[in-house]
Design a protein around this ligand. Sequence first.
Ligand code: ADP
Length: 396
Amino acid sequence: MTHRTVLVINSGSSSIKYQLVDPDTGDALASGLVERIGEESGALTHTHNGERHTEAHPIADHGDGLRRVIELCDEVGPDLQESGIVAVGHRVVQGGSHFSRAAIVDDAVTDRIRELIPLGPLHNPANLKGILVARDLLPDVPHVAVFDTAFFQGLPPESATYALNREVAEKYSIRRYGAHGTSHQFVSRSVSELLQREDLKQVVLHLGNGASASAVVGAHAVDTSMGLTPLEGLVMGTRTGDIDPAVAFHLCRVAGMDVAEIDDLFNKRSGLKGLTGHNDMRVVRGLAEEGDERAILALGVYTHRLRKYIGAYAAVMGGIDALTFTAGVGENNVELRAEVAEGLEFLGIHVDGDRNAVRASGPHVISPDGAPVTVLVVPTNEELEIARQSVALLEN
Ligand code: ADP
């Protein structure tokens, strides 16, 4: 079979992450990061054939950054045409109610993504910028937008709906949209394939800097912890997760904080960082091991929230067959996985100490043989999922 590749682009407000992926083998032919766009100290890292190329110079804007990436592919490889590039796949965070699957980018799609900016103010403007410059620079291949919310568009109404005044919710498109959907879809499908079962009741825990849980029955998500925005749900690196909304009113009244300050507090100065001063789980765990009480409490809050969601999702699904950990914390933090399972034996959740301690690069089971719930670690691969969805869409 001739090779084909998809250039996957994740465009942030001052960065562009990219990967040239073979959707059939999952191999990444190249990957890289353009950082600090628009700042004095721009930087670019490009890896190809195990060789890392770095350069540091100002990068004026996203167009400038992506142009340099394409030049680098010419200079140090891989040659985009020779790699068989068939599409550019773009990560878009907020697809609103409109996008329940990936979409081939045309002007109507970019207009929609722009219209959705009020629902995704932190991400959609940067995602859109990435699409616009990439279409200009690579006009001869189709571009596909893959939405982080799409996997959750099919949530049952009772799970997607807030018990908020109906007129207000409808007028302002307020519902639970979820996020990290590309990862939850990739991981839940990997688990089904691995266990060779299409009827599984699964809980997936995506625990990175941002963190979310989902309940998936068969191939469909039935609940997820993120809401209108990625703020709701689990304790995260810098976000509160679930919190009484009245805390915001209270801070407004007693501390005189305005919306922007509360937004910043809840999204950037809370979570593990707010509780301990550090958003990195490795640091928090290290502190806890030294007996730091704030770190011990933070881990307690983090784990308690996870157990609560697992129990709730088991109840929502009427059972649980598989529990999967993914993303930076989920894939690497052995102790956390064991702590989460502790006390959930009544649900059939058990973690085998030896299996849990194994460092494997691929998916692996960490529950004992014959346990009622299969507990797994599955490395997520959002780039591969975006590449796969892009080619699947173009083939149909
Ligand atoms: P993002 O959400 O930014 O994509 P990742 O999924 O890469 O992030 O997760 C990043 C987080 O993973 C880090 O902030 C760190 O807390 C955590 N992490 C990475 N490696 C380890 C490790 N060995 N042990 C515990 N936590 C880890």
